[in-house]
Design a protein around this ligand. Structure first.
Ligand code: SF4
Length: 286
């Protein structure tokens, strides 16, 4: 009888802690969003500061390079500023945001918070945009969202940030061309990008498996190879699987699995793309 085994990944080094600050609260409703949320503003939908503190105590001793604050929209968490300051005491912190809360005043405030921490840990702003074409972007993300993103980038540049941009490849376009068009777009607002600034990720369908062809049995270059995600109801292999039992690693960081079986539909897209989708792709890992 043939034994069917799943592809898997092992946690190589714990560099990236993703914190899903809120599962349900966002100020946009993008058509493709992988989060199935109701936009309730109930306090029970926000990860409590105490849980984050406990998690960071449990991870003492790991080589954490980045804490990623994610959502839905992390900047809507009522304790966002306190959590950000707390995380910066540990390591550099990446804010994955739609950028709607960012204007000159907010960018100035964030720079002040960054400068307050005496360990030289950085705040890294990671914004999302759907397309280099305004109309296409706004059809997916909502009217005005394209201009809002560009204005947010300008505010961040004004206060010395070097924003990273995540773009979903909705129409399976050639990545090289997409990157070039995005580069040209950002040049028009004075933002000279390098490859690290633009992260193009595939469109993920969490209900259907992607056609993968031949798979490797062990993956070493995905988000689940370099970190885990803390969510309201436990620890998961990555951000894409926080509502899927197949991606669960444990209930907390005292006892969680360092091995991930890559069985979910989201995993099939991720394995195909062969890269970290949400972490920062360090060149020394490629
Ligand atoms: S979606 Fe990707 S990063 Fe997440 S567990 Fe699956 S293969 Fe790993």
């Amino acid at each position: 009888m043939a034994i069917i085994t799943s592809p898997k990944s092992e946690l190589i080094e714990f560099n990236d802690l993703f914190i899903e600050m809120s599962k349900k609260t966002c100020n946009l409703k993008c058509k493709h969003c992988y989060i199935d949320f109701s936009n309730e503003k109930s306090i029970k939908n926000f990860l409590p500061l105490e849980t984050i503190k406990e998690c960071l105590r449990d991870l003492k001793g790991e080589n954490l390079k980045y804490i990623h604050l994610t959502g839905a929209e992390p900047m809507l968490h009522p304790d966002f500023n306190t959590i950000l300051r707390y995380c910066l005491k540990y390591t550099s912190t990446v804010i994955h945001t739609n950028g709607y809360s960012i204007n000159d005043k907010k960018a100035r405030f964030l720079k002040k918070v960054e400068e307050e921490n005496n360990k030289n840990n950085e705040i890294i702003m990671k914004l999302s945009l759907e397309h280099y074409d305004e109309r296409t972007n706004d059809e997916i993300r909502g009217r005005g969202s394209y201009r809002k993103c560009l204005h947010s980038v300008q505010s961040l540049l004004k206060y010395g940030f070097n924003p990273l941009i995540t773009v979903v490849n909705h129409f399976n376009e050639d990545e090289k061309q997409m990157r070039q068009k995005l580069k040209e777009l950002f040049e028009t607002i004075g933002f000279i990008t390098e490859d690290i600034n633009i992260n193009i990720i595939p469109l993920i369908n969490k209900k259907e498996f992607a056609e993968t062809g031949e798979q490797e049995m062990v993956y070493k270059n995905l988000d689940c190879s370099f970190g885990r995600t803390l969510a309201i109801n436990g620890v998961y292999n990555c951000l894409l699987n926080t509502d899927d039992y197949r991606g669960r690693s444990g209930s907390d960081f005292k006892n969680y699995s360092k091995r991930a079986m890559l069985d979910s539909p989201a995993c099939s897209y991720c394995m195909k793309s062969h890269k970290q989708l949400f972490g920062i792709n360090f060149t020394d890992r490629e």
